[in-house]
Structure formats: C-alpha cells, structure tokens
Design a protein around this ligand. Structure first.
Ligand code: SIN
Ligand code: CO
Length: 386
C-alpha cells in the first residue's frame, strides 16, 4: 500500500488529497508545503531565462527597486543588457512559459486536480539576494513553488488592500504581515486570492508561480454578449406602423421604449450557448502565443501512420477543452459525432494520446490532421504511460 509519504500527489499538497485541499484551502486559506516536489531543480537556468525574455513570443518584465520606488520595464529585452544587470534590487519575470517549454507543461499537469478551464499560466521569476516585487496581493489563486535558492515570504490576511498611488506596480500602502517562512527548493506556498504577500530573495533564487484565471463578472458579461452578437442573425429592423404624433418631437416616447424593451427581452440563451462561449473564450490563445505550422506537412495518410507509431501531443501553447460533443481548440469550436469523442476527450484531459488511443478513420481523425497542419498538435514519442 502506498503511504502518504510516497504518494507524490499527496506530497504535493502536504499529505492532503485533492478534495481535502479544495475543501479546506482552495480560495480560503494558505497552505505551506515543505518538500512538495523534493529535489526540485527548476526548469531553466538564467541563460535560458534571458533567451526567453528576449523573445517576441514570451511575455517578460524587469522590476527594479530604487529605495521606496519601483519601476517596471516590459520585454523583449536585449540579452546583453540582462547579462549585465546589477548585483541587487531587480527581478526578472517571464510569464506563460508553459507555451514554450514542454517541461513547464509537465509541471502544470501535476496541478490537474484543478480544472484546466481555471488555469492561467506558469510564471518564473529570478532575483538576486534582496530582490522581489514588493508587498502586494494577486486577484487569483497562486501556488508559489520554490526553485533553486531561497526566498523569504511574509504573508498577511489584511482587509486594507489600498495601493500606493501612481506606482507602475501594485504595491500595498500598508502591509501588515502576520506570518513568515523561508522557502527552499521544492517547498511550495499556496495563497488564495487577495492574500497580501511579499517575497524577498534570500540568495539568488527562482520562483515558479502556478497562477489561475478568474475573470471579472464584467469581463464575462461583456465577452458573452459579444459571443451572442456573433451568432445573432435576426436582420429585422425597428418598425412603428402604429406611430402617432407626439407633442414633444425630441422626447423618447414610451411606445418606443416599450418596443425596444420587447426586442431586448427576446434575446435568450441556453446552457449550451454558455458552454460554447466558455469553450471558445477560455481556449483563446494568449496574445504572445505563436503556433508553428509544419514547414513540410505530411500527407493525411503519412500523418495517420506516423501518429499511430509515435502518438500525438498538444503543442505547448495549445489550449483544448471539451463539453459534451463539442471540442474547443485555441478559440475554435468543433462538434463531433459519437465516434472519436472518447479519444478526443482523453486527448484534451491528458494533452497527449498514444498511437493505440487514436480515433479510427473519420471525422475525429480528419480534425486531428487539420490541427496538425495548423501547428496545434505535434507528433510525439510517448515518454511514459499513455
Ligand atoms: C515573484 O516570483 O517574485 C513574485 C510572485 C508573486 O508574488 O506572485
Ligand atoms: Co503575487
């Protein structure tokens, strides 16, 4: 029997199983896990970070502290400049590394107990001793996984979230920490949204932030309305054959308001519309993501044969979700007949399929071929069980 100590999933959450973590901590209270990923050596070194921070398809920032003031610069950066940064008071951050590093995707898969629809990205930061981004709060949940080096975190459950005015960074005006811990490689701190925190590098260190997305209601409403608008096909026009003369020609009359009220109230949607909206909206590629189409794509038959031999994987930047018979890939929706649904669900859940798990010839196989030509999926030798 596997004990709590040896079950890596439970170790990741400090001995808790996923449901216990979700019940007790998720969106509620912090959790410090010592040795969440024992011997975690990180996913990259500083030279690779510089390379990523100088690329157009990566989102990077350099935060510098000047006494009590902060400045932020956005990448891409000149690599020579990053190699000559001073010995202290800066942090280099690269966001969305899962879309360029397969190892980052593999790290994220350890957090599959949270639905993919809630995941935002994996960010890495590097700072020399004393470096940090200042006391702040994030609006979403985050797992702060320590890579090489040590970072001291001070955290506080404070209500006062007012920010320093006119600062390019979100910095808390009054940070009142009520706890402190030093994280070493492989330790992890989970923080719920709006939990104040300040991490300062003890020595040159790397921190990996697994961040989740939580759109505002305003964003959901506005994006849903525009989704409905895209599918709105009623071409009728406002009509008033019953018009009668008004005493005040400039007045917006009650009859007009009533007519428009009826038109607006006739707008309706079902849960299916909501699923379609969520699927396309949540799989929209991030602005920096670039998909590389194969330079000399295989023919359909050659692709099918190679896929059966090697297996397939989602490209690191691809986002795929499913709901019923609908499959969402990078902002596009595809409805599938029953054959192949099971295989594509497995593909979306695991981000890969072995040759044996591929759908038979037909609609699903055709879709996979199209996704391969679009650079959304890749042929891949399976690394471990499929
Ligand atoms: C960092 O990695 O330096 C900052 C991460 C955070 O505070 O959210
Ligand atoms: Co933060």
């Amino acid at each position: 029997m596997r004990s709590v100590r040896t079950d890596p999933r439970k170790r990741l959450l400090g001995g808790l199983d996923a449901n216990a973590f979700l019940r007790r901590h998720w969106q509620k209270q912090p959790l410090l896990v010592r040795g969440a990923i024992p011997g975690f050596e990180g996913l990259l070194d500083f030279a690779t970070m510089i390379e990523l921070a100088s690329r157009e398809d990566c989102e990077s920032r350099l935060v510098t502290r000047h006494a009590e003031r902060w400045s932020v610069e956005h990448g891409p950066f000149n690599p020579r400049r990053l190699r000559r940064l001073p010995r202290q008071n800066w942090t280099l951050l690269v966001q969305g590394i899962e879309s360029v590093l397969p190892s980052a995707r593999r790290l994220l898969s350890q957090f599959d107990f949270i639905p993919h629809a809630r995941l935002d990205d994996l960010m890495v930061s590097h700072a020399p001793p004393g470096g940090g981004v200042g006391p702040h709060f994030d609006s979403y949940d985050v797992f702060l996984l320590q890579g090489p080096g040590q970072r001291r975190w001070r955290v506080g459950r404070q209500r006062d979230l007012s920010l320093v005015e006119n600062s390019p960074l979100k910095i808390l005006q009054r940070f009142v920490p009520d706890g402190e811990c030093v994280l070493s490689a492989g330790d992890m701190l989970y923080l719920p949204p709006e939990f104040a925190h300040d991490g300062v590098a003890v020595d040159a260190c790397y921190t990996y932030s697994i961040g989740f997305r939580a759109p505002t209601h305003r964003e959901l409403v506005s994006r849903f309305l525009s989704h409905l608008e895209d599918g709105f096909e009623d071409e009728r026009r406002y009509a008033d054959p019953d018009l009668v003369r008004q005493d005040h020609p400039a007045k917006i009359g009650g009859a007009m308001i009533a007519k428009v009220d009826r038109i607006l109230r006739s707008m309706d949607w079902t849960r299916r519309d909501i699923a379609d909206f969520l699927g396309t909206y949540l799989t929209e590629p991030k602005p920096h993501v670039v998909f590389k189409r194969p330079a000399r794509p295989l023919s359909g038959a050659a692709f099918a044969a190679a896929a059966r031999r090697l297996g397939i994987a989602l490209s690191p930047g691809s986002l795929m979700l499913h709901a019923g018979a609908k499959f969402f890939m990078n902002g596009e929706m595809q409805r599938l007949g029953p054959t192949g649904q099971e295989a594509l669900r497995k593909f979306a859940d695991n981000r890969r399929l072995s040759g044996r798990q591929l759908p038979p010839r037909g609609q699903a196989a055709d879709i996979l071929y199209r996704w391969y030509r679009d650079g959304y999926i890749e042929l891949q030798v399976m690394r471990s069980k499929g």
